[in-house]
Design a protein around this ligand. Structure first.
Ligand SMILES: [Zn+2]
Length: 252
């Protein structure tokens, strides 16, 4: 599932193909998104949480959000057209995104008041990320399991990290934020776990070679700490399955 670390890694893969290079060809399921881009330079590639931004020399930006299905791939020559969302080619190759539902072109003048981007909280993976600034943006009444996913509080955390952070911190996911003893720890752990996964290969949140996740995807299996069965339940306005150990993460 694409979370902030996946987007950071995608940007790192795309840079050698695109950054500082002139576009020689473009293709897009929504042709207006790439209109007039051939001959323009890709000035730089940025990430903001789960959004990837391609900044061009004509003072426009393409914003891409992979949602649940999208995937970036790079090719040295040629690329498959099936399920193609957008493809950008330079003399160094092609960066193509497949099965992507959310792509738009933005005039740079509109970037600072973009309805989605402007509302994002600080990026968990940004240099000097301050967990206290995330806590300050969250509602004290919010359920802690929901606050961690709220991109307006801090951006980049998705469903896998939410479950893993809460387990690691032995935190009841259903508690209101104001009842958490040291809420900054949750976002500090988020930043640490995600930074440890800024390398290619499988995401691992345990540090153990034989176990990728403590609770995520492990419903009805025994907790690695206490052997209690892991529970799973859809939670939130946009239901996503929350995984937790009812004993290690019991209400205090
Ligand atoms: Zn347990």
């Amino acid at each position: 599932m694409p979370e902030g670390d996946s987007i950071w890694l995608a940007a790192a893969r795309l840079r050698p193909v695109l950054e500082g290079r002139v576009l020689t060809d473009v293709a897009c399921r929504w042709p207006r998104v790439v209109h007039g881009l051939v001959g323009k330079q890709v000035d730089r590639i940025e990430t903001r949480g789960k959004h990837l931004l391609l900044r061009f020399s004509d003072a426009t930006t393409i914003r891409v959000h992979l949602k649940m299905t999208g995937r970036w791939r790079t090719f040295s020559s040629g690329f498959p057209r099936e399920d193609l969302g957008i493809a950008l080619s330079t003399e160094a190759g092609t960066a193509a995104c497949y099965r992507v539902p959310d792509v738009e072109r933005i005039d740079d003048r509109g970037l600072s008041d973009h309805p989605v981007l402007a509302a994002l909280g600080p990026d968990v993976l940004s240099e000097g990320f301050d967990p206290g600034s995330a806590v300050a943006r969250a509602s004290p009444e919010a359920m802690v399991g929901e606050a961690l996913l709220d991109q307006r509080v801090a951006c980049g955390i998705g469903n896998v990290y939410r479950a893993e952070i809460l387990f690691y911190e032995r935190q009841d996911p259903f508690a209101p934020l104001h009842a958490v003893r040291d809420p900054e720890r949750l976002w500090a752990t988020a930043a640490r776990m995600m930074r440890e996964n800024l390398h290619p290969g499988r995401r691992n949140t345990t540090g153990l070679p034989h176990l990728d996740h403590w609770v995520y995807g492990r419903q009805r299996r025994p907790c690695m700490r206490c052997r209690t069965r892991i529970e799973a339940r859809e939670v939130g306005a946009l239901p996503r399955v929350l995984y937790w150990c009812p004993r290690c993460q019991a209400a205090r």
